[in-house]
Ligand binder design. Structure first.
Ligand code: BG6
Ligand code: GLC
Length: 918
């Protein structure tokens, strides 16, 4: 059922209804100033006048009069008035374009369209091919009360559309049309938007408008750079509009602010669309999906559903996305110069934007629509030029014909048209016939059905808005689900304070046992001073790779050779094989390096929590990061290594130092930067060490100097102090690990766990029907299937969403555009939280160091390693940014370790050997 509305004139004074218009068959917005108040007149009365078929027929065949050659076309004199019939005929012939020329125009249009679609050439393209962020045509389930505001050439149309969700065959529509004061299109932007908002208020006052939230779709038929459905920057005005302070601004925001001023607080602008899009959507509601729309009215434009991967600017990856061609500018670079006549050039020169929008319907070029007054006088341009008595009187109507052909030549390259079937009525009479027939000639492989938009753009706009609304509701649900993972600054300050407290507890002799941060002494008392020398073996166990190295420290620098060895899971988690395996790897390495005969001192990076009793004595306190080899916890790992060497009859092993990877990293970076007094790992696990004052280390005797403390901060929170920050997802991840309840801080931050957190969130989103259309994803149920390295890829800046999709496809997940964006958002949320928590921990460390040293400002370097830190595109940036915020009195430099911590272990071994020398 449809109900009519009324036309109002809304100037500075309160508006009064003037005219009532029904929904009519038309090409674009109905012209102003017709109709009367009351119910809608029958559609036929709303059809804009078209030249009669008889009048068109003369030139339509193109045979009766041969077309002038391009050169002839250009040489036609532009005369203020044509007096003889022959002159008129000649002038008209100039406006005729032969089929071959149209074919060439079509090819150029195709080229221009490709240029607009490509990311590389988009900026220079005339045909801009603007993504509309609409990925599907309506499916009929759209439902609800929607407001629509349509900004037209000389009026504003307001509608309330009630979509019933029953296939959208019979939406209820109430509308009103408001004439715009003449000067408003050239005045201040603010006045224009205020006017629109006033219309809306008047409209709502006249209907029984519900007080609950009313979503609004805004039909804004100008060239906009859209970045989402409700974000659209006006690129440039056209059609005689030139309001100040609007170009370059988000018009959704401008309208929303104006609406607020009218105190319509329940009205929300949720979607903006071009009139082409509204038309396409309206036509889609009539059965067959309509995938191309054409506007030939005051201006001309088209849109179509493009294959998503072609729309590089939108990063759409699957399915389709609606693209607005903005083909009105086709030819602005001279592409059409061979078909332009002096009349066209004259019209162009007279227009308010000479040289621009050369493909556009002349009235727009002249700066006003439908023959209304504008900058260049009144009437059609040909009339104004004195060329013709009136376009409608022309035999054959040269101008409209040419326009039709050109539009269709451009429209054709989008081959999708509905299936051949019962042909609906033609596109506004003769104009449509020509479109249809020339399309057939230029694109014989395509079958286009022309469907006049009898309902304007309003209903389509309502559908788009309803879809946007559904998406917004989903976004809200997503936000709620992700909210617990988003930490405020106050949260992070609290984490920092808790870390500081745990550090103090860990250092204190009495409190040590109850601290979750163990603060283990390392017996490393200084960073390298450059005098270290010698040749060493080194082991690096506990990160992604197990490495055996030979390190030569000489005056001219450090040289290293290394091999990576695999530690099979069975060995990692088995019974007693781990150290045998390590010795076998050492022997293999020595053999390869021809070092079997030499007894080299060995530095052992062992990246697990150890109670160190000396530089070469380290009792394993617990396994972390998926290791669980039996018979090791509670044992001195150096001793375990020596015993294994004996078992394997490898007698040339001399272990002189065992260090944690944080310490190895700090020493390694400290060799290059003496300010490096902190070691940080953000990889499979996470941990930090730093130089603490001996006087503060209650667990080791002695007050002088400093000692490196291995914080083992991965266990921070194991005593419950971080419980407020754990989400359900974190708990699910923790429960399934082999060390449930342990390493809780590490499980929020490090590479071994982030992918799992993301996986659990994705599962929850699927369950809530917010992702993958709620379809069950069996593969996503598999533990560890979503690896942290996917986060590093998915979050790469400017990554084509296609790649996100490829990753998801490997997991047998068929992701839509929205799905991919959502997965990206989840990854970003999880990695951001990790970086921020890491920053809070580090802030506690640097602040303590600053206070220890009684400094107003501390300058310190952090040596850092770990796959997550190194590979993730944003982690380091977020970490450093947050750290600056939380510890403003510390200037912290990050030095990435390029050589691994084995080098640092060798340096520690070098110091140990030097100390042992007589
Ligand atoms: C390496 C170090 O570069 O980084 C190791 O040499 C350290 O000692 C590791 O354990 C940490 O990162 P990941 O990502 O391998 O756990
Ligand atoms: C784990 C280990 C710790 C190591 C860190 C980084 O947290 O317990 O010793 O430093 O991972 O590899």
């Amino acid at each position: 059922m449809q109900r009519g509305g009324g036309r109002q004139s809304l100037g500075r004074a309160p508006p009064a209804p003037l005219v009532c218009l029904g929904v009519g068959r038309r090409v674009s917005c109905p012209p102003a100033g017709r109709g009367s108040e009351g119910d809608a007149p029958p559609p036929s009365t709303q059809v804009p006048s078209e030249p009669s078929p008889e009048r068109w027929s003369l030139l339509c065949t193109g045979k009766a009069h041969p077309c002038p050659a391009p050169s002839e076309r250009h040489s036609l004199p532009f005369t203020p008035a044509l007096t003889s019939r022959a002159q008129v005929q000649r002038a008209l012939l100039a406006l005729t374009i032969p089929l071959e020329a149209l074919q060439a125009v079509k090819d150029r249009m195709l080229q221009a369209m490709r240029k607009g679609l490509s990311r590389q050439t988009h900026a220079q393209a005339n045909v801009r091919m603007l993504p509309a962020y609409i990925c599907s045509t309506p499916d009929g389930t759209e439902k609800g009360d929607i407001l629509v505001v349509e900004l037209c050439q000389s009026h504003v149309r307001t509608l309330r559309v009630t979509l019933l969700g029953d296939g959208n065959q019979s939406p209820q529509v109430t509308y009103k049309i408001f004439d715009m004061p003449g000067d408003i299109t050239q005045g201040k932007g603010e006045a224009l938007f205020d006017f629109i908002a006033q219309c809306l208020r008047q409209f709502l006052a006249g209907i029984s408008s519900p007080q609950h939230r009313l979503p609004l779709g805004f039909v804004f038929p100008f060239s906009c750079r859209q970045t989402q459905l409700d974000k659209a920057e006006l690129i440039s005005w056209s059609k005689g509009f030139s309001c100040s302070d609007v170009e370059g601004k988000d018009v959704v925001q401008l309208l929303q602010s104006a609406i607020k001023k009218q105190e319509l607080h329940h009205v929300d602008v949720v979607a903006l669309m071009n009139d082409t899009v509204g038309t396409m959507m309206t036509c889609s509601m009539r059965g067959e999906p309509c995938e191309v729309a054409l506007i030939v009215g005051t201006g001309t434009n088209s849109c179509f559903m493009a294959e998503a991967q072609l729309v590089e600017m939108a990063e759409e990856i699957s399915g389709q996305m609606c693209v607005i061609t903005e083909w009105g500018c086709f030819g602005d670079d001279g592409t059409l110069s061979d078909i332009l006549t002096p009349y066209d050039q004259h019209v162009d020169q007279e227009s308010f934007n000479p040289g621009e929008k050369r493909c556009t319907h002349p009235p727009e070029r002249a700066g006003h629509g439908q023959g209304k007054e504008g900058s260049g006088g009144s009437g059609a341009p040909a009339e104004r030029a004195g060329l013709l008595p009136g376009a409608a009187d022309l035999p054959g109507g040269g101008e409209p014909r040419r326009r039709a052909l050109r539009c269709w030549a451009g429209c054709h390259p989008q081959p999708h048209v509905p299936e051949p079937g019962p042909s609906p009525s033609s596109f506004s009479g003769r104009f449509g016939e020509i479109l249809q027939s020339v399309t057939g000639l230029l694109a014989p492989e395509c079958m286009a059905t022309l469907l006049p938009s009898v309902d304007g753009t309003g209903q389509g706009a309502a559908v788009v808005t309803a879809v946007a609304l559904r998406l917004a509701a989903q976004r809200h649900e997503v936000d709620q689900l992700l909210a617990p993972l988003q930490l405020s600054r106050a949260d992070l300050e609290r984490v920092q304070a808790l870390m500081r407290r745990e550090m103090e507890l860990g250092l204190g002799l009495e409190s040590h046992a109850n601290a979750s941060v163990r603060m283990l002494p390392t017996y490393v008392r200084g960073t390298p001073d450059g005098t270290e020398r010698g040749e060493f073996l080194a082991l690096d166990l506990g990160g992604t790779n197990f490495r055996v190295l030979v390190v030569r420290v000489a005056q001219d620098g450090i040289r290293m050779a290394s091999e990576i060895y695999v530690i099979p899971t069975a060995v990692m988690q088995g019974t007693g094989e781990l150290f045998n395996h390590i010795i076998e790897c050492i022997m293999d390495f020595q053999l390869k390096q021809n070092l079997l005969e030499q007894v080299l001192p060995l530095g052992f990076t062992f990246s697990f929590p150890c109670q160190q009793l000396g530089l070469d004595k380290a009792v394993l306190l617990s396994w972390t990061k998926g290791f669980s080899a039996s018979g090791c916890v509670g044992q001195d790992v150096v001793q375990l290594l020596r015993e294994a060497a004996q078992r394997k009859q490898h007698l040339g092993l001399k272990v002189v130092a065992v260090v944690n990877d944080t310490v190895g990293t700090m020493m390694s970076c400290g060799y290059d930067d003496p300010k490096c007094e902190i070691g940080l790992i953000v990889g499979t696990g996470t941990n930090a060490c730093y130089m603490e004052e001996m006087r503060n280390v209650g667990t080791v005797e002695g007050e002088q100097g400093r000692m490196c403390i291995n914080m083992e901060w991965g266990a921070f929170g194991d005593n419950g102090c971080l419980d407020d920050f754990f989400t359900d997802f974190d708990r699910l991840v923790d429960e399934k690990t082999i060390n449930a309840g342990k390493q809780r801080f590490e499980k929020l931050i490090s590479g071994m766990y982030l992918g799992e957190i993301v996986r659990h969130i994705l599962l929850a989103l699927v369950e809530k029907q917010l992702l993958f259309r709620g379809k069950p994803c069996p593969k996503l149920q598999t533990r560890d299937i979503f690896q942290t390295k996917f986060l590093s890829t998915i979050e790469i800046d400017g990554l084509a969403l296609q790649q996100v999709r490829a990753i998801l496809q490997d997991l047998e997940l068929q992701a839509s555009f929205e799905d991919s964006l959502l997965v990206q958002k989840v990854c970003q949320t999880v990695s951001l939280r990790a970086a921020q928590l890491c920053a809070a921990g580090l802030a506690a460390v640097v602040e303590k160091m600053r206070e220890n040293r009684g400094l107003a400002q501390l300058a310190v370097t952090v040596g850092v390693d770990g796959t997550l830190y190194k590979m993730h595109p944003r982690f380091s940036q977020h970490l450093q940014q947050m750290l600056r915020d939380l510890a403003p009195n510390c200037t912290v430099t990050f030095l990435q370790s390029e050589d691994g911590s084995g080098k640092g272990a060798a340096l520690v071994a070098a110091v140990a050997c030097r100390g042992a020398e007589p």
